[in-house]
Structure formats: structure tokens, C-alpha cells
Design a binder for this molecule. Sequence first.
Ligand SMILES: Nc1ncnc2c1ncn2[C@@H]1O[C@H](COP(=O)(O)OP(=O)(O)OP(=O)(O)O)[C@@H](O)[C@H]1O
Length: 312
Amino acid sequence: MISLRGLTKRYGGTLAVDDMTCDIRAGRVTGFLGPNGAGKSTTMRMILGLDHPTRGRALIGGRPYADLRRPLRAVGAVLDARAVHPARSGRAHLLAQARSNGIPVRRVDEVLETVGLAKAARRPAGTYSLGMSGRLGVAGALLGDPPVLVLDEPVNGLDPDGVRWIRRLVRDQAAEGRTVFLSSHLMSEMQLTADHLVVIGRGRLLSDTSMTEFLAAASPASARATVPDAQERSALVRCLTTTDGVSVETSASGELAVGGMTAAGIGDLAHRCGVRLHALSDVRVSLEQAYMDLTARSVEYATGSAERGGRQ
Ligand SMILES: Nc1ncnc2c1ncn2[C@@H]1O[C@H](COP(=O)(O)OP(=O)(O)OP(=O)(O)O)[C@@H](O)[C@H]1O
């Protein structure tokens, strides 16, 4: 588990991280979201001991990073996948990391295989594509088989196959009981990958909740229903419109768009009214829309169309 307690970082006049308190728990993928400049990388750097908090603490398994005796065995990280000596081969880069953490050489070859870099392992890392560098970064993170993974934008530069690979990898790591803390600006990908979300804006914690609750909170109950029989459809519309707070629109194809009620509620009502349904589904906003709504006022570097506003 990663624990943040009143974590604060000030750079001169910039409050990059402002009193963050939350736990990033084991056994699930926690997505870390926030607009550009929100403080995600600064938070991750403080977790990894690369920056000192101005106030507060970041703990990995109850200890600050500096107290970890074999750090690669406690936490694996990808911060800047390009931060590798360009003349060193991928394998030599991993070997150096392994030696300093008491990790056997065979583990280096194992992780190179896992990330699909075995064939390119002896080439200078400076000749790697962005995607290959990303894979080398992930190999370094997995090297010590750590219980905690911190990944800053790990899908950057990966092709669709690579993006899928990262998704499966982090989901598998979480399923094995590891703590996975992952940042990305790719909302559709995050929606498929994360179980839990930590959202920040201008350094402050805006949300710490499950993906399901985050989406449900952003979208008032609404659903779509298909009733094949016209008379039964009218009967269902009558039943729905006599329910408080429910609105119904009928499309040209006869599909009902229902506001103020979930699919489960409509199913129960249809059953009571003796109406046969052919299709019934909840309508949810996407993570992208829910996230945009939450962070609209916290965007530091906004384009013309984004809302500008005060601090939340
Ligand atoms: N070394 C530094 N010196 C001064 N200011 C910094 C430093 N590092 C970060 N900042 C500032 O702290 C704030 C948070 O930056 P940070 O890189 O943590 O944001 P981020 O959420 O990771 O952004 P992005 O999504 O663009 O990567 C920004 O205003 C940034 O300019």
C-alpha cells in the first residue's frame, strides 16, 4: 500500500501538491488523473524519494522510500522511460539495476522476455523506439518483483498492441495482490484499466473513489429500453410517466430513452405492467466526460474552449 499523509510540495511560488491525504491500496489498479500541471508527477516523485515533501509524508508499505533497504524489491517505477544511458544496451541497463539490488541475473532475462525485448536486449538503448523504451522502463519496474508499482504515463508512445499489453500486465499485477498506481491522460484506456481513481486538480485531492462510483455520481440514472409491441410500449410509457422524477422520450424507431430511472428499475416496472422488453441498458457518461466535469475548474493550462475558473 502507498499512504499519503498531508503530502505537500511547494516550488517557490508554486504549490505543486497541496495537503494530499489518501491510501493507494493493494489488489487493485488505481488510476491517477489530473490536468497538465496538476501535480501527478510531483506526487509520484515524492513517493519514490526523488523529491522531498515541503510538508507531510509519502509511505510505501508504511516506510518512506529512503528507509527501504532494497528499493527495487519494494517498489517498481516508470517515471521517464527515456532516462536511460543511450550507449548502454537494454540488458546492461537492467543488469546494473539488478546488481545494486541483489537481484539474480536470470531475473533480467526473465523480465526482458516478459516485456517482449529479448531480441533487442543487446542493442544500445539509444536506438530503441519510444515504445521499446517504454517496455524497457516496465522491465526495470518489474525487476525486483515488487509489491508496489508506480507508473507515470506508461502507455505513452505504445502502439495499440502495446497499450493492450500494459492493460493486461497491470491488471494481472493487481490481481496477484500488488498495489498499482498509474497515471495517464488517455481516459478511454483508464476506464478499461483502473478499478479505483485518485483525481487531483491544482495539487489538491478532488476525488478518491471507485471507478463505478465515480461514473455513477457523474451520470444521473438513465436508461434505454426497446419494447417490440406498440400497445405494450404505450402502457410502459404511461407507467413510467406516472412515476415521480421520470421522463421518457420515444425515438422514431420506438426505442425509449428514460431519464430518472435505472435499467433495473425499468425492468421491474415492465414486469409489473406485463410488458415484454427486447433490450434494456443503463446509459452512463464516459470517464472522459465525468472527469472533464469534475476538473473543469482546476485546469491550469486551458485551451480557449475549456472553462477557466477559481480553485476548487
Ligand atoms: N522542479 C520544479 N521546479 C519548479 N516547479 C515545478 C517543478 N516540477 C514541477 N513544477 C510545477 O509543479 C506543478 C505540478 O507539476 P507536475 O509535473 O507534477 O504536474 P503533472 O500533473 O505531472 O502534469 P502533466 O500532466 O503535464 O505531466 C506545475 O505547475 C509545474 O510547473
